[in-house]
Design a protein around this ligand. Structure first.
Ligand code: AHZ
Length: 352
């Protein structure tokens, strides 16, 4: 697979001897330090009462400014090389995109690049609705919260997380710690790569450049090839529904009618049911689904974003020829490190 070739390239960059290279930074392997996933209350109180340093005479280790620059540049450029050809690109890091990327990242053999135009990933999921904090999630989507170990106030048919930011920060912290995931924030998807009727990746640019094309002479974009693209750009707005609007303008789908007026009950079921591979190589999830299908919006209930994201991940696994919950070849919520290819036929498409 091409991603294996790039991994080899990456590991040769990564393993370059810092003493003999011009980078003068630490080898990447030195940054990998295992951190316990869960703290018991006793370990937390211990670390609060016995810090390993003295606040009255605190002094940092010295550093050279150029090393800081090189550490950041080397890692980012290495990520760009690694993810120039990736398994799945997720466009948009809102609640749907993050849920999709989290589910996909459970398979350590799949590389996942998340592209988010904003500096701040999370989309609309930092608040519950309007400016209120609480996030309402209708059952049975609370099972996804159980998996993420997010606390909630349980009611008969729904649960309430005390602050939407608790969901967003928790899923992000678990997702971004995984070695097969890279978030490229402040980067916008401007276009799609389409070959032979199949979406084969995305065209990217720094978001600030994308927003200022009319003030620049031509500034060409970059590209990222992907075996599967998941579009989770949310509903219409300055950047919203980018994926499906582009599919319409290049004639790959007929229309983008836009989301209909609010109906929570109809909307959430519809979003999950309509989450699908809309054209070969491109899956749509979250509120972007409502744009393409003209289904209602749900307003401030977030369960459909999570489950639509999960479904998009399993559709992507299916397209990659991996075990998935759509075919019933793996279960939801289970990490499946030793996946086998589902069919020789899809393997041929994926490897080609
Ligand atoms: O910045 C966007 C946001 O973070 C990002 N995005 C959009 N276009 C992009 C592009 N390149 C890179 N071209 C792009 N990033 O996509 C993210 C979308 O997140 P969101 O929270 O807006 O959408 P979602 O579908 O994940 O969640 C929708 C939440 C809503 S909207 C709603 C209603 O209006 O009724 N109800 C809910 C629960």
């Amino acid at each position: 697979m091409a991603s294996m070739a790039t991994s080899t390239l990456t590991s040769s960059l990564v393993s370059s001897n810092p003493k003999t290279s011009s980078f003068n930074g630490s080898a990447f392997s030195s940054r990998i330090k295992s951190i316990p996933q869960q703290h018991t209350s006793s370990t937390i109180s211990m670390s609060l009462t016995t810090p390993p340093y003295d606040l009255n005479s605190f002094k940092f280790q010295p550093i050279k400014e150029s090393i800081v620059s090189r550490e950041m540049t080397r890692r980012y450029m290495t990520d760009m090389i690694t993810y120039a050809d990736t398994d799945v690109v997720v466009v948009g890091a809102g609640s749907a995109g993050l849920s999709c990327a989290y589910e996909l990242s459970k398979n350590p053999n799949i590389s996942v690049a998340i592209i988010e135009q904003s500096v701040s990933p999370g989309g609309g999921a930092w608040l519950g609705g309007q400016l209120f904090s609480a996030m309402v999630v209708r059952k049975p989507a609370h099972l996804f919260l159980d998996e993420l170990e997010i606390e909630y106030d349980e009611q008969e048919d729904y649960v309430v997380i005390k602050h939407a930011a608790l969901f967003t920060s928790t899923i992000m912290s678990k997702l971004l710690a995984r070695p097969n995931v890279k978030l490229f924030n402040a980067v916008a998807v401007e276009d799609l790569i389409v070959k032979g009727g199949r979406v084969g990746g995305v065209v990217t640019n720094w978001a600030l450049v994308s927003m200022n094309h009319d003030t620049q002479s031509c500034m060409d974009p970059n590209v990222m090839e992907a075996k599967v693209v998941v579009s989770s750009c949310g509903h219409d707005g300055p950047f919203g529904a980018t994926g499906v609007k582009r599919l319409r303008s290049i004639g790959m789908i007929e229309s983008v009618p836009g989301m209909k007026a609010l109906d929570m009950n109809a909307a959430e079921d519809a979003i999950v049911n309509l989450t699908r591979e809309v054209v070969p190589g491109m899956i749509v999830t979250g509120m972007e689904v409502a744009e393409i299908d003209g289904s209602p919006r749900m307003g401030p209930t977030f369960g459909a974003m999570m489950i639509s994201g999960q479904k998009a991940a399993h559709l992507a696994l299916k397209a990659l020829g991996k075990n998935n919950a759509i075919d019933g070849t793996c279960e939801l919520g289970i990490e499946t490190p030793n996946l086998v290819l589902a069919s020789a036929e899809t393997k041929e498409i994926v490897d080609a």
